[in-house]
Design a protein around this ligand. Structure first.
Ligand SMILES: O=P(O)(O)OC[C@H]1O[C@H](OP(=O)(O)OP(=O)(O)O)[C@H](O)[C@@H]1O
Ligand SMILES: O=C(O)c1cc(=O)[nH]c(=O)[nH]1
Length: 186
C-alpha cells in the first residue's frame, strides 16, 4: 500500500493532474485548483495503481462485492480497470437515461440484491456519486461502499458516510502537503 500510494501521489504532479487557476466545478462552486484525474486514468501505470489500491483497500475494510460500478464519465476507466483486477462484472451509470434504444441509465447486468462497489474519480460535494448510488439502488442493488481516487475535503465525506462506507485513496490535503517538496525538485 505504502509504495503504491506514494507512487500514485507522485504521479499527480509528474502527470500534470493538479492545475492551478480559476475553475468552475460541476456543482457550480468555484475553485482555484482542479484535480484532473483523467490524466491518471488514461495513464496505464497510474490506472493500474488506482485499481490495485482500490482492490486492496476494499479487502482491508472487509468489503465484499459482486459488481463494480462507475458513473459516467470520469469513473468509467477506473471501474473498468477494477473489474479487470477483481474479476467482478462492470456497471456503468449514465448521468441521464439513454434517450433512445434501451433507454437505460445503467449499462451492464444489475440484479436485485447485487452488492456493488461504486467508484468515483473525484468527490467535491459528493452529489454526483450519490446520484449514481440512488440510480443503482432504484435498480435493486445494494451499494456496499464508495471508493474515490481523490476527495477534495469539501463536504462529500460527511454526506456519503451518512449512508455508505467511504474509501478515499488520497485526500487533497495529502497532495498539498507534498506540493512544496515536489516543486523544490525543480
Ligand atoms: O462531488 P461533486 O460535487 O459531484 O463533483 C465531482 C464530480 O465532478 C466531476 O464530474 P464532471 O461532472 O466534471 O463529469 P465528467 O466525469 O463527465 O467529466 C467528477 O468526475 C465527479 O463526478
Ligand atoms: O467538483 C468538480 O467538478 C471537480 C473538481 C476537481 O478537482 N476535479 C474534477 O474533475 N471535478
Amino acid at each position: 500500500m505504502g509504495d503504491a500510494k506514494e507512487r500514485l501521489m507522485e504521479m499527480f504532479f509528474s502527470e500534470g493532474a493538479i492545475l492551478f487557476g480559476r475553475f468552475v466545478l460541476t456543482s457550480g462552486r468555484e475553485s482555484d485548483y482542479y484535480i484532473n484525474v483523467k490524466r491518471l486514468s488514461t495513464n496505464p501505470e497510474a490506472l493500474r495503481l488506482i485499481a490495485e489500491l482500490m482492490a486492496e483497500e476494499a479487502e482491508r475494510a472487509g468489503i465484499s462485492f459482486d459488481r463494480v460500478a462507475g458513473p459516467e464519465l470520469g469513473a468509467v476507466p477506473i471501474a473498468t480497470a477494477l473489474a479487470l483486477k477483481t474479476g467482478k462484472p462492470l456497471l456503468v451509470v449514465r448521468k441521464k437515461p439513454k434517450g433512445h434504444g434501451t433507454g437505460s441509465q445503467i449499462e451492464g447486468e444489475v440484479n436485485p440484491g447485487d452488492r456493488v462497489l461504486l467508484v468515483e474519480d473525484v468527490t467535491t460535494t459528493g452529489g454526483s456519486v450519490l446520484r449514481a448510488a440512488e440510480v443503482l439502488e432504484n435498480a435493486g442493488a445494494e451499494v456496499v461502499a464508495i471508493s474515490v481516487v481523490v476527495d477534495r475535503e469539501e463536504g462529500a465525506e460527511d454526506k456519503i458516510v451518512e449512508k455508505y462506507r467511504f474509501i478515499p485513496l488520497v485526500r487533497v490535503s495529502e497532495l498539498f502537503a507534498r506540493r512544496d517538496s515536489w516543486e523544490a525538485r525543480g
